[in-house]
Design a protein around this ligand. Structure first.
Ligand SMILES: [Zn+2]
Ligand SMILES: [Zn+2]
Length: 351
């Protein structure tokens, strides 16, 4: 994806988040909590900065595979873009399904699901390495002969589409619900209600869920989050916590077969001697959301620092690729350190 496109999209995302905030106020709903949203955006900033190092090699590898093994030269006509979009959307479904059903992939994707709120900021809550776990799923496009430019455009469009569906403010959309992934369908995907878990994996077309038997209608209030809450706003712990949990389970499991299997098992699997998962809330009324307390002065200071970090993200996206490698690394590590500082030291109100 063109870095200038990403830099241009950031202010648009911010404007839409502000609009959602105002719309919610008008409707008398509270859909944002400041520090939860800062945590979401911190995950997004960390991921975008990591892309400064990891995106180019992945795109180069894609281009190499397409050059070496591509079946035909697909070209860049409109039908080619449409076909590529359809295929990438299908591949997204399977990557997403695997990301929920295979522990080591869930360890990466879990970041997107940790927020206990549901708003446009959650759309930007992305894991550091999901573009690495998803890359092999998109290789069929290279083998079919779609060039890296076409791949980059349809991948970006598929990702951008999913921004607006992260909102509680849009209800059901009539006939569109039959074909498209909508806010209602994606709320189900973020739900931890028993009937909603592992449902609605779609990116753009909900058709894939209907076809492969994973579709669920939204017909009871959604409890957002993960079954074992993260209880932290730190973006780096958000990216590590499930890896740490898997490693601890791997060490404590008695059989070698289970030590290996735990990385590939579905998240609900438990080995010999392991405790069953604790029950989690099935209604929003029963959910006690994680929250922290902060003085008005500290809150204002954090808002100012965070606004500065968001601006530095735009500058780094634009200038980063041309910077010397060490300068880029130093700038990114500085932003990471500041993100760590403003999200780590907060005291939980309830624990
Ligand atoms: Zn998911
Ligand atoms: Zn989502």
């Amino acid at each position: 994806m063109d870095t200038r496109l990403v830099a241009a999209a950031i202010p648009i995302f911010m404007i839409l988040i502000a609009a959602e905030l105002v719309w919610a106020r008008v409707k008398g709903q509270r859909v944002y909590r400041l520090f939860d949203a800062i945590s979401d955006l911190s995950c997004g900033i960390s991921q975008q900065l990591f892309l400064l190092f990891s995106q180019a090699p992945l795109l180069a590898a894609y281009a190499w595979f397409q050059g070496q093994y591509g079946l035909v030269e697909m070209g860049r006509s409109l039908p080619v873009f449409l076909l590529a979009y359809l295929i990438i959307d299908h591949q997204y479904y399977w990557w997403h399904r695997a990301s929920h059903r295979v522990n080591f992939m869930w360890a990466a994707h879990v970041v997107h699901h940790q927020s206990e709120d549901y708003n446009l900021a959650v759309a930007l809550r992305q894991a550091l390495i999901t573009h690495i776990t998803s890359w092999p799923f998109y290789l069929p496009l290279a083998f079919l002969g779609f060039d890296v430019f076409v791949f980059g455009i349809v991948y970006a469009l598929n990702t951008l589409y999913q921004f607006w569906i992260h909102t509680e403010l849009v209800g059901k959309l009539g006939p569109l619900e039959k074909v498209l992934n909508t806010p209602s369908h994606h709320r189900v995907h973020h739900g931890i209600n028993g009937r909603y878990i592992d449902k609605n994996y779609a990116g753009f077309l909900i058709t894939w869920d209907r076809l492969y038997g994973t579709f669920e209608e939204e017909d009871e209030p959604v409890v957002f989050g993960i079954t074992k809450p993260l209880r932290s706003y730190n973006p780096f712990w958000a990216n590590c916590h499930y890896w740490v949990e898997l490693w601890q389970r791997c060490r404590s499991l008695p059989r070698w077969s289970e030590k290996l299997y735990v990385w590939f098992a579905p998240p609900e699997w438990r080995g010999q001697g392991e405790a069953r998962p604790e029950a989690w809330p099935q209604s929003p009324d029963d959910q006690v959301k994680f929250d922290t307390e902060s003085s008005p002065l500290l809150t204002r200071l954090i808002q100012i620092v965070f606004a500065g970090l968001s601006l530095s993200l735009i500058v780094l996206i634009l200038k980063g690729p041309a910077m010397p490698w060490w300068d880029r690394l130093a700038a990114v590590l500085t932003v990471y350190l500041l993100l760590w500082t403003i999200t780590w030291g907060q005291r939980p109100i309830r624990s």
